[in-house]
Design a protein around this ligand. Structure first.
Ligand code: DHB
Length: 311
């Protein structure tokens, strides 16, 4: 019986497709829509301690080959998402969901993670080390010293399953250095990739989003080769106990298949979900299953990570 089920950190999911943080996950209404779709689970919008309005609009634009955004972390604050997830644990006790968070400072990140640690939350936590859009706040994951410091401090008290959302890296030496750091910690997963930061899209003579004079994170078709490279580079380098979530450029079942072939155990959909709505999950799942059927694969474990090389 052909299935796209998967496991992360020992939790089972009926489908390996889910939303990418930032899309369809700001409000409980949006999260309910993803939960009730063909997606295997959802991740919440990256939460800060206090609610935030985010950057001025327009701040997200779909474009022909993808999207550009500079949202600026609009969210309802950690308590909104945590309380919803604690409620869901009662009514959806056989499912597991992801909570995304990051503080605006190191101190705030610790406050957030200690709240989660001290709560009854039983799901997976994703620490976002890769938000490119808050003016004056560089991406943590491009600073390897800061990354190692935050992880060593966090794992001194955080004992629940934790993963990190990463930006794309573009250099083999960076893959080596980043993986050597991540391998020092009991991470459940790394999620590759967040948007390619600070691109610029121009329509006629003008940018298409207001914040930062039009600079914003790029998603969609533009980023699939970079996303696949990051998934596979970390698949090759990380301890097998650290699973990979593949995100970036998933428009079709074929794209999801390629992420899994590169080593992903779960695949997230961002730009396509924004363009198409939650019906994308059913379509992409059916396309993925058709490829598996044709190739004789019954589960994603039959081909996960089994990318072929030329000699
Ligand atoms: C935002 C964008 C990101 O890519 C991210 O990881 C977190 C937040 C944002 O602009 O809201």
């Amino acid at each position: 019986m052909l299935s796209t089920q998967t496991q992360i950190a020992g939790f089972s999911f009926d489908n390996c497709l889910m939303n990418a943080a930032g899309v369809a996950c700001m409000t409980i209404e949006e999260l309910e829509e993803v939960k009730n779709s063909a997606a295997g689970t959802f991740v919440t919008k990256t939460a800060t301690l206090q609610a935030r309005a985010g950057n001025p609009e327009p701040r997200y634009q779909d474009v022909p080959l993808g999207s550009i955004n500079s949202m600026g972390l609009p969210n309802h604050g950690l308590d909104y998402y945590l309380e919803y997830l604690l409620d869901l644990q009662k009514t959806e006790s056989n499912r597991t969901f992801f909570l995304s968070l990051v503080g605006l400072s190191l101190e705030e990140t610790h406050i957030l993670l200690k709240k989660v640690q001290d709560s009854n939350f039983k799901g997976l936590t994703e620490l976002n080390l890769s938000c490119p859009n808050v003016p004056g706040k560089p991406q943590i994951a491009y600073d390897f010293e800061a990354t190692e410091k935050i992880l060593s401090e966090v794992f001194a008290y955080f004992t629940k399953p934790l993963g990190i959302k990463l930006p794309p890296y573009f250099d083999m030496a960076h893959f080596d250095q980043a993986a050597a750091i991540f391998n020092k910690f009991p991470l459940s997963f790394v999620n590759c990739v967040n948007s390619i930061g600070n691109g610029l899209y121009i329509d006629d003579e003008t940018v298409v989003i207001r914040p930062k004079n039009g600079f914003g994170g790029i998603g969609g078709e533009y980023i699939k080769p970079t996303a696949l490279a990051n998934v596979h580079a970390f698949y090759q380098r990380l301890n097998p106990t650290i699973q990979i979530i593949g995100t970036g450029g998933v428009l079709t079942g074929r794209d999801a298949f390629e992420h899994i072939l590169c080593g992903a155990s779960m695949v997230q959909v961002g730009t396509t979900l924004h363009k198409e709505g939650v019906g994308a999950f059913e379509r992409i799942t059916e396309e993925l299953k058709a490829i598996m059927l044709e190739k004789g694969y019954e589960s994603i474990e039959d081909f996960r990570g089994k990318l072929n090389y030329l000699d």
